[in-house]
Design a protein around this ligand. Sequence first.
Ligand code: SF4
Length: 275
Amino acid sequence: MMADARTIESANPSMALSANSSSDRSTTLEAVATDRLRAAAGAHGPAVFTTSFGAEDMVVLDLIARAGLDVRIVTLDTGRLHDETYQLIERARERYQRPIIAMAPDTQALEAFVAEHGINPFYRSIDLRKRCCEIRKMEPLGRALRDAGLWITGLRRDQSVTRAELDVLARDDAHGLMKLNPIVEWTHDDVWAYVRRFDVPTNALHARGFPSIGCAPCTRAVEPGEDLRAGRWWWELAETRECGLHMTPDGRLVRAPKPAPIDPMAELISNVAAG
Ligand code: SF4
C-alpha cells in the first residue's frame, strides 16, 4: 500500500516517549524512524540518502542497512574532506557491504575556478566561498538527486535554529522530489545512545572537538560553550554574526556567554568516551 505524507508524518513517537524509560524511548525512536524510511521509500522512491558521515548520518545509514531498504547511498566528495572522513567511508563500506557513491565535482568547472581564484579562495570572500560550495557540493548534489523521487537526510530539529521547523516529510521544490528527515525529533543524546547500542562506526574527529564535520579547510574544532556549528566557516562569523561574538587578542572567535550555558562538546566527548 502506498503511504502518503500524512501517513508518514503520523508516525509520531511523542506520546509513547513521554511515559517510557530511556531504553523504551530508544527502541520507539528506532522503530518509528525505520517505519518512516520504509513507508517513504516505498511511496516515493527511487530513494537517495546523502551522507556527510557525521554521527546522525551514520545512524540513518545503520537504520537503512538493518532494514534492508533499497536506498542509494551517496556522499559528496568535495576533494577537500578530512582523511578521518575518508577512513570512515571505508569502514562504513566494509561494515554495511553496500556501495557508497562518491559524487565528484565537475572537473572542468573546478579546474577553471582554481586556475582563476587559487586553491583556497574561500577565505577571501563569502562570494568565493559560496562559489566553491556550488562547484564542489551543490552541482554534484543536483546530479545525485536527478532521477530520485525521495531524498533522505540525517537532519535534526535541535541542531540549529534554522532547522527547528523541519518536517518529517515535505516537498522539496528546488530538486523536484520529496525529502524525508527520519530522525528529525531525535536529540543529541538519542543519536549517541543509538551509536553505543549498535556499535555504529563514527568519525574520529568527533572526539577531538568536531561536532559538525565538513571540508577540512572550512571546519575547525569548537571550544566548550560554543555553538555546535561554530566551527563551520568560522572566519565569516565576525562579519555575519557580530552580535554575540568577540575576537580574542590572537584573532580567534569566541561566543559571548549565554544566560544558560550548555556545553555540547563536553556532552559529545563524554558520549564518545562512554562508547
Ligand atoms: S566547505 Fe569550503 S572547501 Fe568545501 S566546498 Fe565549501 S568552500 Fe569549498
